[in-house]
Design a binder for this molecule. Structure first.
Ligand code: FAD
Length: 419
């Protein structure tokens, strides 16, 4: 009979791979094994916090992939496999045979990295909300209920992590929201790093929208290209970088305080986004190395540790490609193509990958980074040089348009992965 491709994880990477396998070769049997009956999309999930969308708006159904593409779904937790016999095992006791396995399990959050924090505490009172679900809803409730003039602390994670511009976008959207709902509130972004992707355009947005004073080293670079405003009063938003002691050491949950290298920070609502690793099942299947991520052949994302397995999305090591939905989607397409060609005994084409991360500095203030990647000396390497970002001298119209692009990307992207 025809080959059976089994996919672990019905998220961005897994569903895109399943859909494109069926598009490239409708005769293939494709089964996705996913623990949740409905997908909650992480991308755009900070917009639940600023009440732009609801939790229900994050829900994505698998019906179109089932009904229109003939992808089979097994709703169950994957717990192990026999890589020699090529059989996957689920918590519900199913054994699923495969010819090729694609694993796209996303991330796990390493809560225990900080003294005083663990998964139970995060679930009860100190949500990370970086994998959407009850923690997202909890954080949204906490932010609405925050006392007048209270302080919201966001802890940004160390590299590498899911969605590099994400913590900065979340901070910006909440400053904007507090401006309307709790104008004496403060947002403190604690960061072990000194810079991030899209930092120049994001800081400029903060400078214009939230009276944020740009740190001197950035200001020097920016001032030659664009006007930077000097604000005499403190902004609602502060960004405590690694060089300023922004690295988090621990949390005093009862006292509502975060301990950083620079000292104790008092808070009313705390949102620590902890360090990350590949999803737990990647460890259980022996797909991750000591870095906590999954090494793969860069051409076809074949695991270097297990036979007949491909790892894509946030979980894999993809060099210059970020851990983004866009990246997971473009990786999924090249893997689907590579598998179809390999099964047919044909060589697969030299892959080219893309990534665009849109981000918002405010509801009507969009920005982005857009890149193209190719294989150079066995590594996924960015090949575009100029024009990666929204120009620093972008007009107000271009900036509003970038925010529209972000919103339409959310829709068309979800369609490309799941419909
Ligand atoms: P996921 O989409 O997380 O899918 C993994 C799936 O595997 C999940 O459905 C999970 O339930 C399932 N799974 C895991 N383990 C098992 C198991 N043992 N058994 C069965 N099922 C299992 N990306 C962008 O490109 N643009 C953006 O603007 C953007 N914004 C973001 C904003 C925020 C706030 C966040 C948190 C993320 C954002 N992202 C964005 C990142 C994007 O959501 C992720 O990079 C993307 O979802 C990764 O896809 P994936 O397939 O690796 O993992």
């Amino acid at each position: 009979g025809s080959a059976h491709i089994v996919v672990v994880g019905g998220g961005v990477g897994g569903c895109t791979a399943a859909k494109y396998l069926k598009l490239f070769d409708p005769g293939l049997r494709v089964t996705v094994v996913e623990r949740n009956p409905v997908y909650l999309r992480p991308y755009g999930s900070s917009e639940v916090l600023n009440e732009h969308v609801t939790m229900q708006d994050l829900e994505v159904s698998y019906d179109t992939l089932k009904n229109n593409y003939g992808v089979e779904f097994v709703i169950d937790n994957v717990v192990g496999f026999d890589p020699q016999a090529r059989v996957l095992r689920t918590a519900g006791g199913q054994s699923i045979g495969y010819d090729r396995l694609i694993v796209s399990p996303g991330i796990q959050l390493m809560y225990d990295s900080y003294e005083g924090l663990n998964a139970a505490v995060a679930h009860q009172s100190l949500p990370a909300a970086w994998i959407p679900g009850p923690q997202t809803a909890l954080l949204a409730r906490q932010l609405r209920g925050m006392r007048d003039g209270g302080t919201f602390v966001i802890g940004a994670p160390p590299n590498p992590y899911r969605c590099p511009p994400g913590p900065y976008e979340r901070a910006a959207l909440m400053v904007e929201w507090f401006g309307r709902h709790n104008p004496r509130a403060k947002v403190i972004l604690l960061d072990p790093k000194d810079k991030f992707v899209t930092d120049e355009t994001m800081l400029l947005g903060w400078n214009r929208l939230y009276k944020f004073n740009i740190p001197a080293d950035y200001r020097e670079r920016l001032e030659s290209k664009v006007e930077v405003l000097e604000h005499s009063r403190p902004s609602m938003l502060s960004w405590v970088r690694g060089q300023d002691g922004g690295r988090i050491l621990g949390v005093d949950v009862a006292g509502n305080r975060v301990e950083t290298e620079a000292g104790m920070v008092e808070a009313d609502v705390i949102n620590i986004i902890p360090p990350m690793k590949a999803g737990m099942i990647a460890m259980d299947l022996g797909l991750a190395d000591e870095s906590g991520w999954c090494p793969v052949g860069r051409r076809d994302f074949a695991s270097t540790l297990q036979p007949d397995v491909h790892v894509i999305g946030d979980a894999c090591i993809a060099d210059a490609m970020p851990k983004s939905g866009f990246a997971a989607n473009t990786q999924a397409k090249t893997v689907a193509r590579a598998i179809v060609e390999e099964l047919a005994g044909r060589p697969s084409p030299e892959p080219i990958w893309e990534n665009t991360c849109y981000a918002l500095a405010g509801t009507d203030y969009g920005l982005f980074v857009a890149d193209v990647f190719r294989l150079i000396d066995g590594r996924i390497t960015r090949v575009n040089q100029a024009g990666r970002y929204l120009p620093l001298d972008a007009s107000p119209m271009q900036i509003r348009l970038a925010a529209r692009y972000q919103q339409s990307w959310l829709r068309t992207f979800t369609e490309d992965c799941f419909a």
